[in-house]
Design a binder for this molecule. Sequence first.
Ligand code: BDR
Ligand code: CA
Length: 317
Amino acid sequence: MTTKMPVILDVDTGIDDALAILYALFSPRLQVLGITTCFGNGDVLNTTRNTLAMVEMAQVSVPVYQGAADPLVGKWAPQGEAFHGENGLGNAPIKKPVTSPKTLSAPDYLRAAILDRPGEVTVVTLARLTNLAIALNSAPNLAQKIRRVVVMGGAAFVGGNVTPVSEANIWGDPDAAWVVFHSGMPITMVGLDVTMQVNISDAQVQKLDPDRPYTKIMRQALDFYLSAYNPGVSSGTRQAPLHDPLAVAVAEDPTLCTTSDLSVDIEREGTITRGMTVVDQRGWLDLTPNVAVCRSVDAPRFLRNFCERLGFPMALD
Ligand code: BDR
Ligand code: CA
C-alpha cells in the first residue's frame, strides 16, 4: 500500500473551493489532515460554514479550523459575491452544518501540524495567504519545515481577474502573499496562466451524477458560477474555470503542469498594480528563483480525473 501525501487545505469556500474540497477528500493519493478557513469569497464565518457543509456532504470526518477575518493590513470588504453569490455557494440553500470548527485557530493549527511532521506536510492554499503568513510570522524556521506550498493565485504571464494585472487571492492580501513568497519555502504557483485553461461546462453540470449527496447544491451553485463567468450568454453554452480544483490536482500530481523556476515578487503598494505577481522574466534582479510557476497544463488529463472523481460526465455534448 502506498502512503498518502499529507496535505492541509486553506480555503475561502467559494464554489470552486467547494469542488476542490471534494476533489481532495475523495483523492486516493492525498490524506487531508485538516482544512483551514479564511475570509475571501465571503466573510470568514460564511466561508467556514460552507466548508463544514461541504465536508459533511462528502460524508468524511476532517477537522476544520477557522482563520483570519481580515487581511494583515486593513479590513475585509465583500468582494466575491458576483462570482460566488451572497452565501458563497451561489445562493444554493445550504443546510446548517451539524459540526463546528475546532477551537484552535487556523494559523495555530497550521504551525502545530507542520511542526509535528517536519518536512512532510504540503499546504494547498486556495484563498488569501493570510493564515499561512500569520503562522510563518509566529514561528521562525516554520518555512523550512513545510514540504511545499501549492498556491492557487497570481497571474504570471496573463492578465488579472480583479484588476488588469492582479488575481483575487493575491490582491486580497498582498502583504500576506509577500510574507509567503519571501519565506524561502518551496512554492508552486498555480495561477490564472493555467487555471483559465480548465473549464467546466453547462452540459457537464446538468449531467452531474444525481446520486451524490452534494448534487443538488453543486448544480445550483455551478449554475450561478456559470452565469457569473458568462454574462448574457444563455444556459447551454456556458463554461467556467476550475481554479481551486486544479491547485489540489497539481499538489497530488505535479506532472499535470509544466513549470519554470522564476523569481516572483508581490507588488504591495502600486496604485494600479497592487497585488500583482511580478515575474523577473529576464533576470534583471539576479535573484535565485523562489517559485515554480505553472506554465501549461494537461487539461484533458486533469478534467478526466476531476469528472471521474466527482461524478461529472466527461463528454462535452
Ligand atoms: C480565486 O479567487 C477565488 O474567488 C476563487 O475561489 C479562487 O480561489 C481565483 O482567482
Ligand atoms: Ca478560493
